[in-house]
Design a binder for this molecule. Structure first.
Ligand code: KIV
Length: 273
């Protein structure tokens, strides 16, 4: 469904109020061009730290920096009119202390104009989330498979396959919600656990590789457009832009080599006086 021109920007309380209601549509975007498309259909645009991998070719999200997140955040906020824009806090910018997290989160809000930040981590981040939330920084939490902890997790592994881990994972989601997060991303969690958490916590859950019964869903835009050749197994592609892009670049190269470009319509001639 497309949205009407002139609608107001979706707010943090607006998203919070969608608990158990109309599913929340979330997608990533990292630049003004793609944000314009996403903004027409999504409730939330996340400027994810996945930008480090997708746009900068880095091997993980660990290489994302404050400068990177702010630059991409500014571009997206400039272009998106309606969706709530959330910017990821990069690895190393919030874990040290609540004060350190506040300094960096407030910088992201002030310099990008986004509406909220996202940070990864469960129970151990609850104090920091409470510190930020009570000081006017809306926080989206992220639990389950947290890519910034890829080294500690031993890879991008689905969480909760062993029932013995469920109490810890439930506690992670419960504590970040109670600390004041306005929504919680559940990534790479087994379906029944994601369902249980969705029923138990008071704020919307946004699933990625979790369950269709989460309060909303998020994907990396380039993954679902079929632009990335290596995507997690849970990603469903809704387009095949790689094929279209390859065909267009190849047609251009052929036209240049065969001296068919620029064509008559693409060149300028001096005026005949
Ligand atoms: O960085 C990112 O893109 C994310 C989402 C996919 C949840 O954290």
């Amino acid at each position: 469904m497309s949205v009407e021109v002139g609608q107001k920007r979706i707010t943090v309380p607006g998203i919070r109020a969608r608990k158990g209601g109309r599913p929340i549509v979330a997608l990533t975007a990292y630049n003004a061009l793609t944000a314009r498309f996403v903004d027409r259909h999504a409730d939330i645009i996340l400027v994810g730290d996945s930008v480090a991998m997708v746009e900068h070719g880095l091997p993980s999200t660990l290489g994302a920096t404050m400068e990177m997140m702010i630059l991409h955040g500014q571009a997206v906020v400039r272009s998106a009119r309606r969706a709530l824009v959330v910017v990821d806090m990069p690895f190393g910018s919030y874990e040290e202390s609540p004060g350190n997290a506040f300094r960096n989160a407030s910088r992201i809000l002030a310099e990008t104009g986004c509406s909220a930040v996202k940070l990864e981590g469960g129970r151990h981040m609850a104090d920091t989330i409470a510190f930020l939330a009570t000081r006017g920084v809306p926080v989206m939490a992220h639990v389950g498979l947290t890519p910034q902890a890829v080294m500690a997790l031993g890879g991008f592994r689905t969480q909760g396959r062993e029932r013995g881990d469920w109490d810890r994972l439930r506690e992670d989601a419960r504590s970040v919600a109670e600390a004041g997060a306005f929504s919680v991303v559940l990534e790479g969690l087994v379906e029944p656990l994601a369902d249980e958490i969705t029923q138990q916590i008071a704020v919307p859950t946004i699933g990625i590789g979790a369950s269709a019964r989460c309060d909303g869903q998020i994907l990396v835009l380039e993954d679902m457009l079929g632009l990335n050749d290596r995507v997690p197994r849970f990603v469903r592609t809704f387009g095949d832009l790689a094929t279209g892009m390859d065909a267009a670049v190849s047609a251009y190269a052929e036209a240049v080599r065969e001296r068919r470009f620029p064509g008559e319509a693409n060149v300028y001639q001096p005026r005949e006086d």
